[in-house]
Write a protein that binds this ligand. Sequence first.
Ligand SMILES: C[S@@+](CC[C@H](N)C(=O)[O-])C[C@H]1O[C@@H](n2cnc3c(N)ncnc32)[C@H](O)[C@@H]1O
Length: 214
Amino acid sequence: MTSGDAFDFARYFARVHRGALWHEMHVGMAVYAGATRPGLAVLDVGCGPGRLVHHLQGQRVQIVGADADPAVLAKSHSLFPGLPLVRALAEALPWPDGVFDAVLAGNLLFLVAEPLVVLREMVRVTRPGGRVALWNPSEHMSRAAAAAYVRAQPTLDPFEQKHLVNWARVAENNRRWSAADLQSLFAHTDLIEFESVTVIEGLARYVRGRKRPA
Ligand SMILES: C[S@@+](CC[C@H](N)C(=O)[O-])C[C@H]1O[C@@H](n2cnc3c(N)ncnc32)[C@H](O)[C@@H]1O
């Protein structure tokens, strides 16, 4: 393969972030976390091309995005100049303990080698009593289920239809989590008050918890 054949993830995901359904689900995670109030200090880990960061900045949230991929961050800077973004590994976030009111991660933990390491790091930088929320494919996600979902949504943008099936393929090759799976992950951290809901007909799952008060 020549470098000209390389898959341009930053470009692809910038297109994903333009999709109305994806954006609605992304914002839904922030709403579920209670992270949309003006003045809250919020971190979006694995922020990708930054549309959620941009959206929350527009709500006057003190939002910061973190992502490991310099190409993704460059794309985000070209789309949203001046957005507060930091190049960082989710496994070693460059902030002191307890500085954020809420920490979010959309479609990150199901991909990483050590989800518990990332979740503990998210909890570390959350203040006692603050929120952590995740969005990932649920145990019901599959290529067949995603294809059936998009068939039932004929007005959905064709790119979003294809992306949902791609996302299902990535999920099949990584992780698809039930509420019980994620509850046991949360049980190995300082998070309490585990809660979970599914979206898009059960194919994706939000979970949230609260960092144990000091
Ligand atoms: C599937 S995209 C999700 C982007 C966005 N959160 C969303 O839900 O649309 C995952 C993002 O996480 C970033 N990422 C993957 N592994 C990471 C890690 N270990 N630390 C920080 N970012 C990571 C990738 O660069 C990518 O931008």
